[in-house]
Ligand binder design. Structure first.
Ligand code: PLP
Length: 386
């Protein structure tokens, strides 16, 4: 491909791009069973397009969009029971949310190590590399959650932050955040909760009476929480939010931004689109707590249904479902995943746990599971799994 000398007609470009787009798999096909993202609800698309030219890196030119950003942050602070003087930042997703939280911890403490559970998202490896921090990994218990006893053994006077996960990437497990926070509070340690996945589902399942632990600022000792609207928030990519118990922690890491309208910037990025911000605000306003409760309930019902159908064909999951994520145990992982792919099903292999991950997102229905299970059974029989 070469940089074009002359421009093409709009119709020719659209035709080319539409042809390429047809190669993509749509969430609405029901064939993507392992992703933590989903089809955004329709209002997201309408709103996103209207904010295409907005730049939140230069907010005084876009006062309306800036107001939307502030409202969105307020709403998320409310969802997370954040105190009045908490601060929030819009980020591109879970990776940047973790990065910003750990950067705040590094600024605050000046220390050089971070402690993460074994199941922490791989973004913490990037964070440690970028910030020249030592990553200390803590083993997990048989529920695949962080063991507080083991955590104690790796803490030191160099610890800049401890990380706990609310909705783990591989299994949807939730660390014992209350116990971890008590320890961090006692030892005066910064505690970041990565709720990239769980942040938009745990609060609504708790509303419905599900017995799930507290994970946010109601827990004394939690310093920062990050969550993604482009996962269970059902909004458009890219949109995450990170909230700090004290807004000073973000202010302290801000730098001079001499030639844009906001003179100090604490965000990692400079130019930032208002599109996903407005979309997330619209989706949350449209669904409300009630809408998210309905989605969360449906996802969990389908998760239990899937688990039962798996059992019927002789397969088990690594842990009982906590959220709408299943780790399906298989010995012949690569063969099973390849066999499913040949039949058009996309699941995510988790080699560490010898399982494949299914995330029962809103686009997965019981009917889709009914189509999937016979294919899974055929594949498993063929490779001698069952
Ligand atoms: N944290 C957790 C717990 C995740 O599950 C993920 C992604 O799956 C991330 C962080 C990274 O999110 P993103 O891919 O949006 O950067």
């Amino acid at each position: 491909m070469f940089f074009p000398d002359k421009g093409k007609k709009e119709s020719a470009i659209l035709e080319e791009l539409n042809r390429l787009r047809e190669k993509d798999i749509l969430f609405s096909s029901g064939r993507i069973l392992g992703s933590m993202c989903t089809e955004p609800i329709p209002i997201a698309e309408k709103v996103y397009m209207n904010f295409l030219e907005t730049n939140l890196g230069d907010p005084e030119h876009f006062l309306g969009t800036w107001e939307i950003e502030k409202r969105l942050i307020q709403i998320i602070k409310d969802l997370l029971h954040a105190p009045k003087n908490a601060g929030g930042q819009i980020v591109s997703g879970g990776t940047e949310g973790n990065l910003v939280a750990i950067l705040a911890a590094k600024h605050l403490t000046g220390k050089t190590e971070i402690v993460v559970p074994k199941h922490a998202h791989f973004s913490f490896n990037k964070v440690a590399n970028m910030m020249n921090l030592k990553l200390k990994v803590v083993d997990t218990s048989n529920t695949h959650t962080l063991e507080v006893g083991k955590l104690k053994n790796v803490l030191s006077d160099k610890t800049a932050a401890v990380v706990a996960v609310a909705g783990s990437t591989e299994l949807g497990a939730i660390d014992p955040i209350q116990e971890i926070a008590e320890l961090c509070d006692e030892e005066q340690l910064f505690l970041h909760v990565d709720a990239a996945f769980g942040g938009f589902v745990i609060p609504f399942l708790k509303d419905l009476g599900y017995d799930l632990p507290d994970f946010d600022f109601v827990v004394r000792g939690v310093s920062t929480v990050s969550l993604d609207a482009h996962k269970m928030g059902c909004s458009a990519i890219p949109l995450g939010i990170v909230v700090a118990r004290d807004k000073k922690w973000f202010e302290e890491m801000s730098i001079d931004a001499p030639y844009v309208s906001r003179r100090r910037q604490s965000s990692l990025l400079g130019t930032r689109s208002g599109g996903p911000v407005a979309a997330a605000y619209a989706v949350i306003s449209h669904l409300g707590r009630e809408g998210y409760q309905k989605i969360a309930r449906r996802c969990m019902e389908t998760t239990y249904y899937t688990e039962q159908r798996l059992r019927e064909i002789g397969l088990t999951t690594v842990i009982e479902p906590v959220l709408n994520v299943l780790g399906v145990r298989v010995n012949n992982l690569n063969e099973v995943v390849r066999g499913l792919l040949e039949k058009g099903w996309h699941v995510n292999p988790v080699e560490r746990l010898s399982c494949f991950r299914m995330v029962i997102m809103p686009h997965i229905t019981k009917q889709i599971i009914d189509e999937f299970i016979p294919d899974l059974e055929t594949v498993c029989k063929k490779v001698g799994e069952i």
